[in-house]
Design a protein around this ligand. Structure first.
Ligand code: C2E
Ligand code: CA
Ligand code: CA
Length: 601
């Protein structure tokens, strides 16, 4: 087809036709002209209804023809689209306007065009993408013509590109938190390792996500995950990568370290940042985080090994009490093997006599007397030695084994307490599962009957999460237990959702302020505020307030100032076997007395 413009056809061809025809054929000529005009019209309609922009230049770089979409794409004025317009003028126009490309300078673009034209003249076809300043993305194909000119076809691929980018993004990210997914994380990690730089992998696990999700629903859980991801992104450097491995597990690739030790500096910062309270859907929440670290090339040189080793280090953190970080060490491999056999061994621990109850004193600050002892379960494995309850209680909870372990703990604690010389209380931890699935009321009745312990000397500790979980049945059981004269305290206060509504629905005898607040009492203002508020709340409700995890004399002083009546922690004593309690009772009063002496001085 002849691709010249309609004007050019009108002028040139009519003359040529006139010259070639005999005057006697005037009618035939007229018919031919009309036919040509018709053809011209169709051609123009076809050209202007194409879904692509089209322009054609001759070997002198002048415009032969272009369609309306071409004009539209580059925002060209009428006078620059007439045949004969110089390419140079078009380029000058659209490098100056919004229709121009967003990349490179005008000179750079000219040089690029020159280069392309010489290549076109060698018969090459090109396809390239132009990013216009107005945000549109244009796919341009340049096709050489035999006479030294060329045709340009423009396709607006903005939407197509956006869709392709979105698909590409979705394949590599978690849509909820907008951080990298496992696949992309691996991709980035592999690339970083290949660069032979020092790279650290941090596997981050939230300590209390499940509680939030269970008690306040998935929407709250989702919001918490988003908030956590935002905090992580704000904490790491721009070239580090944050990703979600699934559930409440995240990973961070820390790029280009000078020394492996820098990984710990970042982990310390992350633990602190993630531990600060959150607000999700109008509620206060705490997530807390534990982090396992592996560093390449030291701990491994492929992403699978590094992720696995960081995971092993994480497992060690979780076993020794969460809320902290650890770097992989070779001992972690043995620990991993242990993890597998715990389930089976725990089931036999009771009959093998490997379980024991130890007791940690709770002291009244003013009198220096031990008011109660918290019963904490101890497991000494035949081959592996002592295993922390933070490790085996969750294992027991997963398998319902907690029901028999919990019943045993209650019986043992009541029997031991009945033998003590001091009439102080004994406090026993109760798992959520015991309240949900067990028959706790009759277990408690049984333990009291067998031991002959006065009910008022027994106190049960339940956590916020347990209360919020399946309210009706749980609260009903706790009421029945209280009506026996047994006391109930709220454990780990402040670590799950601090909605406080359950403080209205159920009367606790004591609240136990979590040791994470005590630990940061002197460094963080919000912790001091929470301790003050909790102690004030307890006073207002006329119930007790115990601060856990007290390790220094200074903390005792601050807690006393905050209005806290009772304290518990290593400063006084760790949990000890029942037989050593006499000695501990004595030492605790002495210790409190020395404190008071210091106060007075
Ligand atoms: P918990 O109820 O918060 O118990 C207090 C934990 O804090 C105990 O750890 C105790 O040894 C530790 N602790 C006490 N003073 C200090 C201190 O000054 N500093 C620090 N850093 N820690 C201190 P433990 O014995 O390892 O118990 C861990 C958790 O295991 C307990 O946390 C409790 O949730 C659970 N647990 C222990 N025994 C039982 C049990 O018989 N039944 C149930 N259901 N859970 C239990
Ligand atoms: Ca407790
Ligand atoms: Ca506690």
């Amino acid at each position: 087809m002849d691709f010249r413009s309609s004007q050019a056809l009108d002028a040139g061809d009519r003359q040529a036709n006139l010259g070639a025809s005999a005057p006697s054929d005037a009618q035939q000529l007229l018919a031919q002209t009309e036919k040509l005009q018709q053809l011209n019209t169709w051609f123009e309609v076809a050209l202007n209804n194409m879904a692509r922009g089209l322009s054609m230049f001759d070997s002198d770089r002048r415009l032969i023809v272009c369609n309306s979409l071409y004009r539209e794409i580059y925002g060209l004025p009428e006078h620059l689209t007439t045949p004969g317009t110089r390419l140079e003028d078009l380029v000058t126009y659209y490098t100056d306007r919004d229709g121009g490309r967003s990349d490179g300078t005008a000179d750079g673009q000219r040089a690029w065009i020159e280069n392309h034209i010489s290549e076109l003249r060698l018969g090459k076809t090109f396809t390239h993408t132009q990013h216009l300043r107005n945000g549109r993305v244009i796919l341009v194909t340049n096709q050489p013509l035999a006479d030294g000119g060329w045709v340009d076809i423009q396709e607006d691929v903005t939407e197509k590109t956006a869709a392709a980018e979105r698909i590409n993004w979705l394949a590599r990210h978690c849509p909820l938190t907008e951080v990298a997914n496992r696949f992309h994380l691996r991709e980035k990690l592999d690339a970083a390792i290949a660069n032979r730089a020092i790279v650290a992998v941090h596997v981050v696990d939230l300590d209390r996500f499940k509680g939030v999700n269970d008690t306040h629903g998935h929407a709250a859980g989702d919001a918490l995950l988003q908030a956590v991801a935002r905090r992580m992104c704000a904490t790491v450097r721009a070239d580090d990568v944050v990703g979600r491995l699934g559930g409440d597990e995240f990973a961070i690739i820390q790029m280009n370290l000078d020394q492996p030790e820098q990984a710990e500096t970042m982990a310390r910062r992350l633990v602190k940042v993630l531990n600060a309270p959150y607000r999700v859907l109008g509620n206060a929440a705490n997530a807390g985080a534990s982090i396992g670290i592996a560093v390449s090339p030291r701990d491994g040189e492929d992403s699978d090994t590094l992720l696995k080793k960081a995971d092993l280090a994480l497992y060690r953190v979780k076993s020794s009490g969460r809320g902290s970080y650890a770097t992989y060490s070779s001992g972690d491999d043995a620990l991993a093997a242990t993890k597998l056999r715990l389930d089976a061994d725990l089931a036999r621990a009771l009959e093998r006599n490997e379980l024991a109850m130890h007791y940690q004193p709770i002291i009244d600050i003013r009198s220096g007397k031990v008011t109660s002892c918290e019963a904490l379960m101890r497991w000494t494995h035949q081959e592996l030695g002592p295993i922390s309850p933070a490790t085996f209680i969750p294992v027991a909870e997963r398998s319902n084994l907690i029901l028999s372990l919990g019943a045993w703990a209650l019986h043992r604690a009541c029997l031991d307490a009945a033998d003590w010389s001091s009439p102080c209380k004994v406090t026993v931890n109760i798992s959520a599962i015991q309240l949900e699935r067990g028959d706790l009321v009759s277990v408690v009745e049984g333990a009291l009957a067998v031991s002959q312990l006065e009910p008022c000397r027994l106190e049960l500790e339940v956590t916020e999460t347990a209360i919020l979980k399946s309210e009706g049945r749980v609260l009903d059981q706790l009421e029945r237990i209280r009506s026996l004269g047994v006391r109930v305290s709220l454990d780990d206060f402040g670590t799950a959702f601090s909605t406080l509504s359950y403080l209205r629905d159920f009367t606790f005898d004591t609240i136990k302020i979590d040791r994470s607040f005590v630990r940061e009492l002197s460094d963080r203002r919000d912790c001091a505020a929470i301790v003050h508020a909790a102690a004030g709340l307890a006073r207002a409700l006329e119930i007790g307030a115990v601060a856990e995890g007290v390790e220094t004399a200074q903390q005792v002083q601050r807690l006393s100032d905050a209005g806290c009546r009772e304290v518990q922690g290593f400063f006084f004593s760790p949990a000890v076997p029942s037989s050593e309690l006499e000695e501990v009772f004595r030492r605790c009063s002495e210790k409190m007395a020395t404190l008071e002496l210091k106060d007075a001085a």
